[in-house]
Design a protein around this ligand. Structure first.
Ligand code: NCD
Ligand code: ZN
Length: 347
């Protein structure tokens, strides 16, 4: 067991983040910017970010919302639709307006109504992305009514992802927020073209957390948490030291009233204690020595960026997570609300 009392690593980045817009953006951004140097910002606004001009304008709104003294770089993404033009993608990537493009199967999750209805519709876009080396970020769930929600990721691998990587062996793919043992073995076998992000919630909770002893809307996100054996496979992958796995919180803020609702929104707001949450897992697994790779090195390596030069330090200390926080004047419940975590960011 590693009994180190402090841990210093290069400053991490968040490779999957929802910042929203307007007042909510202003409310949630400081939590992320306090911990992370950069983040891949998801484009599922309403309406979605589908052009280079929209991505640039959104980036400016994020930079404007940043409190003085916090140093944070948003990395923007393009939301793919059935009618995305290959030229817009290529031009946007060339200009640096987009770092990657995001595939939401239509109606898979929050803010995906304009997503892709059939991957065949974006074949031209994907061929272009393969040629220019632009990463494709995938929400990997099928959406047909016949497929059980707990099987949607595994079926997506079989039906869409496995054929896609065979068809386009040069296309760089991040399988986002993986939740199953099937996803881990897919990524393991896929060769260097594929990597995956893993959220803190999928390392901490299984589906019982959502359903035992009453229905718990704050444990609900998409892809939904699965059985315990899947959580264990994810913990093993994240803490293995493999460069194929990196940190992506999928922090997805929704007002408390939108979660505690007859039709509660999918999404867990984990930004306020994201690194403390991941650290608990690496500590429990005896893998603190692998934390820097997962949090700060593997992501930049996949995206072809330099790791951050500055560092961040944690100390073993009890941290109490509040029952709720405020963002844009409305209460919002963070992941681990009311719990105590064992590491504290000190520098
Ligand atoms: C995300 C959101 O709220 O934007 N929700 C979620 O449950 N993860 C969308 C997403 O990443 O699926
Ligand atoms: Zn997400």
């Amino acid at each position: 067991m590693d009994q180190a009392e402090t841990l210093t690593i290069r400053r991490p980045d968040d490779w999957h983040l929802h910042l929203r817009d307007g007042d909510v953006l202003r409310g949630v951004l400081p939590y992320t910017a306090r911990q992370f140097a950069r983040a891949i910002v998801m484009p599922n606004l309403s309406p979605p970010v589908t052009t280079a001009a929209e991505a640039q304008a959104y980036r400016e709104r994020i930079v404007d919302a940043l409190p003085d003294g916090l140093d944070f770089t948003p990395l923007m993404t393009c939301y793919l639709t059935d009618s995305t033009s290959p030229d817009e993608i290529e031009r946007g990537y060339g200009e640096g307006a987009f770092v990657a493009a995001k595939l939401y199967p239509a109606h898979a999750t929050t803010g995906s109504a304009h997503g892709v209805t059939d991957i065949a519709h974006i074949r031209g876009v994907l061929v272009g992305m393969e040629r220019i080396g632009m990463p494709l970020l995938v929400h990997g769930e099928v959406t047909d009514d016949e497929t059980d929600i707990f099987d949607r990721e595994a079926v997506f691998i079989e039906r869409i992802l496995a054929p896609l990587i065979r068809d386009m062996p040069g296309l760089r793919i991040v399988f986002e927020h993986i939740t199953t043992a099937e996803a881990v073995s897919f990524v393991e076998q896929a060769g260097p073209q594929a990597a995956a992000t893993i959220t803190p919630q999928h390392l901490h909770i299984n589906r019982n957390a959502m359903l035992v002893g009453g229905i718990r809307p704050h444990a609900y996100c998409l892809p939904v948490a699965k059985r315990e054996k899947h959580r264990l496979a994810l913990r093993k992958a994240a803490t293995s030291g493999s460069a194929k796995y990196f940190l992506g919180t999928d922090s997805a803020p929704h007002a408390k009233s939108a979660k505690e609702n007859a039709c509660g929104c999918a999404g867990i707001f984990n930004a306020p204690f994201a690194l403390e949450s991941y650290l608990a897992v690496f500590d429990e697994e005896g893998a603190l020595d692998c934390f820097e790779g997962f949090a700060s090195l593997h992501g930049p390596q996949f995206y072809g960026l330099e790791p951050n030069q500055d560092t961040i330090t944690f100390a073993r200390a009890q941290v109490q997570v509040p029952e709720q926080l405020e963002a844009a004047g409305a209460p919002i419940v963070p992941f681990h609300a009311g719990e105590t975590l064992g590491w504290k960011q000190v520098d």
